[in-house]
Design a binder for this molecule. Structure first.
Ligand code: PLP
Length: 414
């Protein structure tokens, strides 16, 4: 039984009286995490500007990106180095460019540029990453939600849609510690997605491995090698893999990566070469020197974990303590990544976010985890505890729990 409404209103009034100003909206690294990479700012150092091939990284050229950082991430992402490009600071830009190039020029196996198709549709696992949805929306791509499961997107639902509808040109997948529900795709689901028959000859999966090495526990999972599985199943060009060091070094000054089949990489480079003579190879060298090896990245990520894990533990602990047993909410306990996905009483997510806002706690807008910002159940709230200090995470989550209870009690009275 929920506490009664008057009691919860009183608790909420006390929460408001605290005059909080807290923010759990976006998955940004904290200053403490950014500090971990601070020594990188002294690299490569005055007078050091050639990479292992003798290339002067200060100059134009080298569209593929620095070889050393590519080799390090080729190992971490399990992609052959010759099929992995290193680029600028945002993998989101590369995802956007892939869709933009497909719209303008089509893939080599596209009957025509997507922009000339009457309709282009796209599978969006929900809950999902709002900026993926924004890319689709910006290009007028119609989004079809399919449910996420603990093992990744509902592969049966996806296969049924993709098999018969040639307007469905692609889908998003966040294979490791997905945003926001922390799911890691299973080998079976990965295999099903890369091998399913597709009515569109140029169907693509944008495999956004943003959290490949972002573990929160000793169980350092790896998601299946989708590029290799796709090739084995006769769809070598189906998967384009994205990653970056945004949440490894600096969110605003990291290195992004694109991995795919040789044909897709050649296609991407052809169009990219019109826009760029080469990426920031100095930053690539700086990163390569800082890490030294793939193990250097792994060690560095354990330092992030030491900062992040207590914040995630606090979120789960407070939700369990305050909401457990009422049967009005459920939440994920991620083993990595940046988010906790909270499902509140159906029809109350927007109210929870509003109540939190009016108590000085900023949450990601309700609906953000769904295409067009519309959560049909008005149920899902994404929590991002990485940025505030631990004590603020605790205070904010206690406040959020009060809002979840009050919203549920209000709904029960209505
Ligand atoms: N992909 C996912 C799933 C994310 O959650 C984020 C950031 O939150 C990004 C990509 C952004 O990546 P980048 O900083 O490399 O553009």
């Amino acid at each position: 039984m929920l506490p009664d409404l008057a009691q919860l209103q009183q608790a909420y009034a006390e929460l408001q009286a605290k005059g909080l100003k807290l923010d759990l909206t976006r998955g940004k690294p904290s200053a403490e995490q950014l500090d971990l990479a601070e020594p990188m700012l002294a690299l490569p150092g005055v007078g050091v500007h050639t990479d292992e091939t003798g290339t002067d990284v200060r100059n134009y050229g080298g569209l593929d990106g620095g070889i050393t950082i590519r080799r390090i991430f080729a190992e971490l992402l399990d992609v052959p180095v010759e099929q992995l490009l290193a680029g600028g600071n945002a993998s989101l830009t590369t995802m956007h460019d892939v869709v933009a190039f497909a719209e303008l020029f089509g893939f080599p196996d596209s009957p025509k540029p997507w922009a000339r198709e009457e309709k282009v549709r796209w599978i969006c696992p929900v809950p999902g990453y709002d900026r993926h949805f924004t890319i689709c929306e910006a290009f007028g791509i119609e989004m079809i939600p399919v449910p996420m499961t603990a093992d990744g997107p509902d592969a049966e639902a996806v296969a049924a849609l993709v098999a018969t509808d040639p307007t469905i040109k692609g889908m998003w997948v966040v294979p490791t510690y997905s945003n926001p529900d922390g799911a890691v795709i299973s080998a079976d689901v990965a295999r099903a997605l890369v091998s399913m028959p597709a009515a569109a000859p140029d169907f693509r999966i944008l495999w956004d491995n943003a959290y490949a090495v972002h573990h929160l526990t000793d169980d350092e999972v790896t998601s299946p090698n989708a590029i290799a599985l796709a090739a084995e199943s006769g769809h070598p060009d189906r998967v384009l893999l994205f990653a970056s060091t945004s949440k490894i070094t600096f969110a605003g000054a990291g290195v992004s990566f694109l991995g795919s089949s040789a044909a897709n990489i050649a296609w991407f480079k052809k169009h990219l070469s019109v826009a760029s003579i080469g990426p920031d190879k100095l930053n690539h060298l700086r990163h390569a020197m800082f890490f030294g090896s793939a193990d250097g990245v792994r060690d560095h990520m354990r330092k992030h974990r030491a900062i992040l894990a207590p914040k995630f533990e606090a979120v789960v602990e407070i939700l369990t303590e305050r909401l457990g047993g009422y049967g009005i909410a459920s939440w994920t306990e991620p083993k990595g990544g940046y988010f906790v996905s909270l499902d509140v009483a159906p029809g109350t997510a927007a109210r929870v976010v509003q109540l939190a806002k009016e108590a000085g706690i900023a949450l990601t807008p309700a609906g953000a985890t769904h295409p067009y910002g519309k959560d049909p159940q008005d149920q899902n709230v994404r929590l991002a505890p990485s940025m505030p200090p631990l004590e603020e995470v605790r205070t904010a989550m206690d406040g959020v729990a009060t809002c979840v209870l009050l919203a549920a009690a209000e709904a029960a009275q209505a």
